[in-house]
Design a protein. Structure first.
Length: 329
């Protein structure tokens, strides 16, 4: 009898889980479906079929030592309930993924020609003096990924980075070059290497994110203050090659981006609308394992971006909507 009630309770929970839009509480402790705290910092997400996949840095048990442990992959259909699918990459005994390495900000895109999922990461020594980008590939989105190589794109330094796949299938590496600013490079047709330069924006920018809506490209990122939060800024352009506008604040500067640093912008395309999710990190540099995820609706209006305050909101991935119960203050 007890078992029957248990099964019934599970069935009802599963039914609710399928149908209901969910409340997202920015900065709250977020557990996966097994009850463990999600470890996926410096996130990158990809939508494949009905499923979203979330990759990030595992900082389990870490205080201020950020040495590479794993790049886990979580899966969800509603963007709120996440199931750990395993580690897309794990620490190796030596080399780029060895002990005492910095392996950060994984981003995955799918190459339709080669049928490969391609992951780009920031690869570095622990004191960040190597400044390289790394590439890994897998035939399955959740991995495991085969680590291929690291390099300095076109000979330039690369620390915080992201990749961006445009609607025409072309993909780009966007990376922070401490010597000059943000570089946008075109990736080769197989996405495994850099084909050539597209633009250099002379602005120091970390936590880089790119978004393309209608005729406008947006570049969002933070200033360079390590684990400390600062006011994120964005610029716009009619093409990735530019011309890029001046940078503007995405949130009231006194909030330090609601105490977060940008990691990713996810378009959530649903049956009713397309909304944009800002995915950031509220880093705790002295207790990295307890860094929190700050997910907030990002309003896109012609050529402006603005971030909603870090209050709870309802996310309905199926509808593509993000709503506040009452208007945020
Ligand atoms: C930040 C960067 C993080 C991490 C950190 C280390 O500026 O965005 O990804 O590298 O520095 O201090």
């Amino acid at each position: 009898m007890k078992n029957l009630f248990f099964i019934l309770a599970l069935t009802i929970t599963a039914a609710i889980a399928k149908a209901t839009p969910y409340l997202v509480v920015p900065g709250a402790i977020w557990r996966d479906t097994a009850g463990n705290i999600i470890q996926a910092h410096g996130a990158g997400l990809i939508h494949v079929g009905k499923t979203y996949y979330w990759f990030g840095e595992d900082h389990t048990g870490q205080k201020s030592d950020q040495s590479f442990l794993n790049i886990p992959c979580y899966a969800s259909q509603d963007l709120v309930h996440w199931t750990l699918r395993g580690n897309a990459l794990t620490r190796q005994s030596s080399g780029d993924l060895g002990p005492d390495r910095a392996v950060e900000r994984p981003k995955v895109i799918y190459n339709r020609r080669t049928h490969m999922y391609v992951m780009y990461l920031h690869i570095d020594s622990k004191d960040y003096h190597e400044a390289k980008v790394g590439v890994a590939t897998s035939r399955k989105v959740e991995g495991p990924y085969t680590y291929r190589q690291s390099f300095q794109p076109l000979g330039h330094q690369s620390r915080d980075m992201t990749v961006f796949q445009d609607t025409d299938g072309r993909a780009y590496l966007i990376h922070e070059d401490r010597m000059s600013g943000v570089r946008i490079d075109l990736l080769s047709a197989d996405y495994l290497s850099v084909a050539g330069p597209i633009a250099l924006i002379p602005q120091a920018l970390e936590g880089n994110c790119v978004l393309h809506v209608k005729d406008t490209y947006f570049m969002l990122g933070s200033h360079l203050t390590g684990w400390a939060m600062n006011p994120d800024v964005y610029a716009t352009a009619p093409a990735l090659s530019g011309p890029w506008s001046e940078f503007a604040n995405v949130a009231p500067p006194s909030t330090n981006t609601y105490n977060s640093q940008s990691a990713f912008i996810l378009p959530v395309q649903g049956a009713k609308a397309t909304s944009y999710l800002y995915i950031g990190d509220r880093w705790k540099g002295d207790n990295l394992q307890d860094s929190r995820y700050i997910w907030m609706p990002l309003a896109v209006n012609d050529k402006t971006l603005s971030l909603a305050p870090d209050v709870p909101f309802t996310l309905d991935a199926a509808a593509g909507t993000m709503t506040f119960d009452s208007k945020p203050q």
